[in-house]
Design a binder for this molecule. Structure first.
Ligand code: NA7
Length: 543
């Protein structure tokens, strides 16, 4: 085929066509570079292209979950405060139409090899389908939550019913009249419980650790109100970018232990009513550092849940008196009627922390105490081989030919999250070792794309051949990252935020917990003088 003959020649090659890849295409074009994007699937949208299970939607509210590109947001309106997956795909199609992304995107192009040609000073990138591209710059935008994680459950293949992972949903599957087992209580498990609980004859939710859900306070939005707000979008999105987690909320300057019980409860009630992540984002300043403050916050949360989840046995699983992990240290799912659905007679809750799963059987699940559940279908909301999983499967080699997968086997190493020593002219966006896991995705990916493009612009202006992070800069970055979490409660909790959700993966701190504003300011100051980089100036005399 022609795939195998033509070498695609561009300034910059982008891997992945989700929000990060789309933003990279746009900003690189603006900088005057030629660009092509390779996408493994057949469409734009990344996670929204894959996550089509009933009830899938984003937990970030309008207008903050959209690209800060005026020609894109000018004539787009969302119908709800927290858009669902169908609408998000329409939004992505709208972006494509406005920016003409298709002309620079190659679908069904699964990158499985990339290597640096020292002489040419270029990357050669190959795909499973036979494409070859040559590019001066390589931008990896393969996403944090891309590779599906199915735990190695004993006897999984013995089950005679259907097994569905949330991120590979069979659109023909109907829950109506079925007995369903659902494993997982993260953001996905919560959304699936809400939808399946209403459709299934019986739903059994198997929970290892409950999510500490916050009230979403979903509502419909009119085009009129969005139109009014659009004048303020430049200010709002700028404020988001200058915030801690990507939303302009007032910082709480007080410690929970320094105020009266009344003041605490008033503050909590107020932020609870705002919905979304407000309760978490506006936590008292000692909540993620002081165990007592964290416990007070948890008990308040628990009392709110108890007022809705009235079945005491279910309550003890979903909001136990003794909290299984610290509040805020793991992603807080948003819910709409999760606790009401859990209260329903057709919805059952099984506590895996007390009675673990022994194995799948032909009819269902056998538990450690001998109980067997019979199911028509089992739904896995067990998450992803997240953060590093998508990057280490690309076959990207450093300048000595060593695969990133090998290099990261004993831990992630990056400089600013964006560059990696040994990988000249390669940039990772929406990456580990940045605020990425715990902040608004769009805000951080835009910041990272702009940082990467700024480095590229500097190089193009000066005619530099290549740039590479030094090993020293990399190890300093990791040290700084760890230092930031010192005194916080984050290191005590395992989850996908620290690569601890998949057995066998190296668990470590991967989030820059000082937040977006701090991160971007720090990176800007380093990028300014290309500090921490080795530059090949591309001159014979080596000056
Ligand atoms: P998550 O947040 O990784 O949640 C996975 C869930 O599956 C979580 O409740 C896990 O329990 C559970 N799980 C994982 N492995 C097992 C095994 N072996 N046995 C029982 N239960 C298990 O994935 P999501 O898809 O919900 O969300 C990912 C992100 O997408 C989310 O954070 C948002 O940012 C968007 P655990 O809590 O580990 O005890």
């Amino acid at each position: 085929s022609s795939n195998t003959q033509t070498v695609i020649q561009v300034d910059a090659l982008v891997v992945g066509a989700g929000f990060s890849g789309i933003t990279a295409i746009h900003r690189l074009r603006e900088a005057g570079l030629t660009v092509k994007c390779m996408e493994a699937s057949g469409d734009f949208g990344g996670v929204w292209n894959f996550n089509r299970y009933p009830g899938a939607g984003v937990d970030v509210e309008v207008p903050f979950y959209q690209l800060n590109i005026p020609e894109v947001y000018r004539d787009w309106t969302f119908s709800e405060r927290f858009p669902g997956h169908e609408e998000l795909r329409s939004y992505v199609a709208h972006i494509d139409k406005k920016l003409g992304l298709q002309r620079d995107t190659i679908f069904h192009a699964t990158v499985n090899d990339a290597s640096w040609d020292l002489h040419k000073g270029r990357w050669t990138v190959r795909t499973e389908q036979g494409h070859t591209a040559s590019a001066k710059y390589l931008i990896l935008a393969s996403g944090l939550l891309h590779r599906i994680y199915t735990p190695d459950f004993p006897g999984l293949s013995n089950f005679s019913g259907d097994i569905h992972h949330s991120a590979a949903w069979n659109q023909n599957f109907s829950a109506k009249g079925k007995k369903i087992g659902l494993i997982g209580a993260g953001s996905t498990g919560v959304q699936l419980t809400q939808s399946l609980g209403k459709a299934a004859a019986e739903l059994t939710v198997l929970v290892r650790r409950p999510g500490y859900c916050l009230p979403m306070k979903q509502r419909t939005l009119t085009p009129q109100e969005q139109h009014e707000w659009k004048r303020l979008y430049p200010l709002m999105l700028k404020a988001a970018r200058e915030s801690h987690v990507g939303f302009p909320v007032p910082a709480t300057t007080k410690a929970a232990l320094d105020v009266s019980k009344e003041e605490r409860e008033q503050h909590w009630a107020y932020t609870w009513e705002q919905g979304g992540f407000s309760f978490g984002m506006q936590a008292f300043k000692d909540a993620s550092r002081n165990k007592e403050s964290n416990e007070l916050m948890y008990q308040y949360w628990r009392s709110r849940v108890a007022s809705r989840l009235t079945d005491p046995r279910k309550l003890e699983v979903m909001a136990p008196e003794q909290k299984p992990y610290y509040f805020i240290t793991k992603r807080l799912p948003l819910e709409q009627d999760y606790y009401e659905v859990l209260n329903q007679d057709n919805v059952h809750v099984h506590d895996l922390s007390k009675i673990p799963l022994k194995s799948f059987t032909s009819n269902g699940l056998l538990m450690a105490d001998g109980t067997e559940y019979e199911f028509d279908a089992v739904v896995l909301a067990t998450g992803f081989d997240s953060i590093t999983g998508s990057l280490t499967q690309l076959g990207v080699k450093d300048k000595h030919g060593v695969d990133l997968k090998t290099l990261w086997a004993d831990g992630v190493k990056t400089y600013m999250g964006i560059t990696i020593s040994g990988f000249p002219n390669m940039f990772v966006v929406y990456s580990p070792q940045a605020p990425t896991p715990f902040v608004n995705a769009v805000t951080i990916l835009e910041a990272q794309v702009e940082l990467a493009v700024d480095i590229i612009k500097k190089m193009e202006e000066k005619g530099y051949k290549s740039i590479e992070a030094t090993k020293e800069a990399e190890s300093q970055w990791k040290k700084d990252l760890y230092a930031m979490t010192e005194g916080t409660l984050f290191p005590f909790t395992d989850s996908w935020w620290n690569n601890a959700n998949v057995p066998g993966k190296k668990a470590e701190i991967l989030a820059y917990v000082a937040g977006i504003k701090h991160y971007e300011a720090k990176c800007r100051s380093l990028v300014e003088g290309l500090q921490g980089f080795e530059v090949d100036f591309g001159r014979e005399d080596g000056t």
